[in-house]
Design a protein around this ligand. Structure first.
Ligand SMILES: [Zn+2]
Length: 341
């Protein structure tokens, strides 16, 4: 059953959009070139054509998301920019997208739970205490898991004066005594800019490049991939699917890399971690940013023993990651040209 709570979400999305606008205005951050700037850059277009070579006959959908002037975007923003009416978000049926990884929460913005031999790692916490209590915890229970087993909470990223991924963490930290981890630059940026009525979690674990968190039989590895925020995390999560082991990346920030330094951080993570580590998937707590995640989850729920649409083959991954990097390179080149750099 789909739980429709469109009005509430519409208000939240509206507020978030305003806040994102405000944050961008404050920081004067441009996250991607305009369509005109992207098309006008001969160098960017040359790189896009190179990226095209990685697509083959099976990564067309990914290419069409990655190699645009915006790059991957939240569904709501992408639809808004395309002049399409908003989709009504709903709370998904908790979905075991891998044997040890669940997606929970609204289709607009959810959370993941990693199950381990010694408890749960929760990734992201929705917007606020109410959503943590009324949406996240019931979803965890519906998945057959016990919220009292949450040992770690990892926040994919945080923005100053915004709580869209971090809002439930304070309550969950107080209620379950879970340890809370976030990228060090995002703790630094968000703690001084809290809303008094929605305090952040107490600072606990600072994650930096190469940090790991081990719980029971599972170790997550983290890299800082700035751009969407200063401390956005790229998390390597070991998963299994039908007995096969693999690693997937959960990237908190839509692989947005508006500066050369942000881009080079992403390029390093791909070339030094994702490709050598045979990372075979890319996830985000906003479904629909990188792929038709909602459709993929429907497929997984209806055929839990079938092929996993969120998992690339090793051969596909070897083409997917360079495509991600080259599309990001094209955007930063276009931005630099537009800035006269
Ligand atoms: Zn964000």
């Amino acid at each position: 059953m789909r739980t429709i709570f469109a009005i509430r979400i519409a208000v939240v999305v509206g507020a978030m959009t305003m806040l994102i606008g405000a944050a961008d205005a404050q920081n004067r951050r441009v996250l991607f070139p305009s369509a005109e700037q992207f098309a006008a850059s001969a160098e960017a277009q040359r790189i896009v054509r190179e990226a095209r070579a990685f697509v083959g006959d099976d990564l067309e959908a990914e290419y069409s998301i990655m190699c645009t002037h915006t790059g991957p975007q939240r569904m709501a923003l992408a639809r808004q920019q395309a002049g399409l009416p908003p989709l009504e978000p709903y709370v998904v049926e908790p979905t075991k997208i891998f044997d040890n990884l669940w997606f929970l929460g609204p289709t607009s913005q959810g959370a993941f739970v990693v199950t381990t031999s010694d408890g749960l790692i929760l990734i992201d916490t929705l917007n606020n205490t109410r959503e943590a209590r009324e949406i996240l915890l019931p979803s965890i229970e519906k998945a057959g898991l016990d919220p009292r087993d949450i040992k770690y909470i990892v926040l994919s990223h945080g923005h100053p004066a915004q709580t869209d991924h971090t809002g439930g963490a304070n309550y969950l930290q107080r209620t379950y005594g879970a340890r809370v981890a976030m990228g060090k630059p995002d703790w630094d940026a968000t703690l001084p800019a809290q809303w008094p009525e929605l305090p952040l979690a107490n600072r606990d674990i600072d994650l930096v490049d190469g940090s790991t968190i081990t719980l029971g039989d599972t170790t997550l590895r983290f890299e800082v991939s700035p751009g969407h925020s200063l401390g956005t995390l790229a998390m390597m999560i070991p998963v299994t699917w039908n007995g096969e082991s693999a690693t997937v990346m959960l990237h908190g920030g839509a692989v947005q890399t508006p500066t050369r330094a942000d881009f080079e951080a992403l390029e390093r993570i791909v070339n030094e971690v994702a490709i050598p580590g045979n990372v075979r998937g890319l996830l985000n707590t906003h479904p629909g940013i990188y792929q038709d995640t909602i459709g993929a989850m429907d497929t997984i729920r209806s055929a839990p023993n079938g092929p996993n649409p969120l998992l690339y083959s090793a051969e596909q991954a070897k083409r997917f990651w360079p495509m991600v990097v080259e599309c990001a390179r094209a955007r930063v080149v276009a931005l630099e040209e537009a800035a006269g750099g």
